[in-house]
Structure formats: structure tokens, C-alpha cells
Design a protein around this ligand. Structure first.
Ligand SMILES: [Zn+2]
Length: 254
């Protein structure tokens, strides 16, 4: 009844037959599998460690004295001459303005007027040098790219909403805390004049044409990389007609 093949299958697993390689060693198979699992696990751990290391490495920052970057804005806040040197080395022009000793804690020292940037301004852009540097970088890196993408043209002029320096509390807050405007450390932008002469205002454009809405949100969102607080009509009614950028302590992007 039993054929020769069947008899072969029934032979016991002997050490000699395993050594001869006639049948696989079951114990060796389990060991190999375990070794493979350990190796894969070790590889995964090494990969995770390497990824973690890459993620925690500081971003490579140009530290030359003339470098103009968002990473240096903190340094510029404490060192106006370094700020002005970096702006000048990168094609932006500033003029020193007299210090102001305002009422109470209001006032500023070491402020500048940004006299040449990527666009002109509707009125003198007087602010702390760090804020001027942030604005110059935002104009260069964000505004024209957003205008090209959403409006298919360039911005000709930035429409400021009044003087950047005003000795007053934060608009729309009850605690009377002084605004960064009281230290010339904030700027309000009410709109943009395009190269074809059209003006996009925050008041009209925020809920206006689709491309205007997209452009205004793009320049608002882009500003969040450059400034501490970026406030738009999304924040409160006090900001329904302008974008507010400052380099104060509070990080906000709305
Ligand atoms: Zn403001």
C-alpha cells in the first residue's frame, strides 16, 4: 500500500540527515527568523535615531555680519547698528530718525525710516530697525510671490494705515496694555496698490473677490514666519480693515 515517496516522508529528523542538508533544521529556521527580526528592529531604531538627530540639528543660518534673515530679527532688536548694516548690505535703505520719549512708557530709540524696500510706502515707514527688517523680508519673500500667484501682477505700493508709532493701548482689549505701536515696534497695513493701479484693501478685499481674498490671506499667512503677532480681520473687529504685524512678546497668527 505504501509507496517509496511516502516512506521517505516518514523518516525521522536525524542529526545526520540535517547535517547532510537533506531536510531543513526546524530549530535553525526559528533562530534565523529571530535574528532577522532583531536586525530589522535594530535597523528601525538606528533610522529613528538618525531622523531625530536630523530634526534636532539647528537650521543652517548664515552668520556673516551682513546676513539678512528672519533668524536674526531677535539680534537686530537688541542691535540696531547691526540691523542697519545688514539691511544696507542687502539693498535696503534706512534713515535714522530722532528718538522719541513719549508719555508714560511710550517712545523709542534707534528707530529708522525704511526709505528703500521692494515696494514704496504710502507714508513714512518709521519703526524699530528689527521691524523694518522683518517688513523688508516679508515684502521680498512673500508679497510679490503671492501677487504673482493670485493676481498675476506685481504690487506697486504698500498702503500703511496711519503712523506706525502711536502711544495707545492694544485695540480691542480691556486690560489697557500698551500696543507695540507705542514702541514703534508694529505696523498696520490697510491695503496694496497693484501695478495696474487697482487697490486691494483689507476692508473690502478680505471678503471680496476670490483672488483678492486668496492674496490677502497668503500675505497674512506668510507674515507669520516674519513677525511675532500677525492680526487680521480673523482676529477681531478692531482689525477688520488692516493687517497688524509686530515684534512684541506674544506669538499670534490670526
Ligand atoms: Zn496695529
Amino acid at each position: 500500500m505504501c509507496g517509496p515517496g511516502l516512506r521517505l516522508e516518514q523518516r525521522p529528523v536525524t542529526k545526520r540527515r540535517v547535517l547532510l542538508g537533506l531536510i531543513p533544521n526546524p530549530a535553525k529556521g526559528v533562530g534565523l527568523e529571530r535574528a532577522r527580526l532583531i536586525a530589522a528592529g535594530a535597523l528601525a531604531v538606528v533610522a529613528m535615531l538618525a531622523f531625530g538627530l536630523i530634526m534636532t540639528l539647528p537650521e543652517r543660518v548664515d552668520v556673516s555680519p551682513t546676513a539678512l534673515s528672519v533668524a536674526r530679527l531677535d539680534e537686530f532688536a537688541a542691535d540696531a547698528p547691526a540691523c542697519r548694516a545688514a539691511l544696507a548690505a542687502n539693498g535696503f535703505e534706512t534713515a535714522a530718525v530722532p528718538d522719541v520719549d513719549g508719555a508714560g512708557r511710550c517712545g523709542y530709540t534707534g528707530a529708522v525710516e525704511l526709505t528703500r524696500a521692494a515696494h514704496s510706502f504710502s507714508e513714512p515707514m518709521v519703526s524699530s530697525c528689527a521691524l523694518a527688517a522683518g517688513l523688508a523680508l516679508w515684502e521680498r519673500d512673500v508679497v510679490d510671490a503671492a501677487a504673482a500667484r493670485h493676481l498675476h501682477q506685481r504690487v506697486a505700493r504698500i498702503e500703511l494705515a496711519g503712523e506706525t508709532y502711536t502711544c495707545r493701548p492694544v485695540a480691542g482689549r480691556r486690560d489697557r496694555r500698551l500696543s507695540e505701536h507705542a514702541f514703534a515696534n508694529a505696523v498696520d497695513i490697510r491695503g496694496f496698490t497693484l501695478e495696474d493701479g487697482r487697490v486691494i484693501t483689507v476692508a473690502q478685499g478680505w471678503r471680496g473677490r476670490r483672488e483678492d481674498r486668496a492674496f490677502l490671506r497668503a500675505v497674512r499667512d506668510g507674515a507669520c514666519r516674519h513677525f511675532q503677532a500677525v492680526l487680521s480681520p480673523d482676529y477681531n473687529r478692531a482689525h477688520r480693515d488692516h493687517l497688524h504685524f509686530d515684534l512684541g512678546r506674544d506669538k499670534m497668527c490670526r
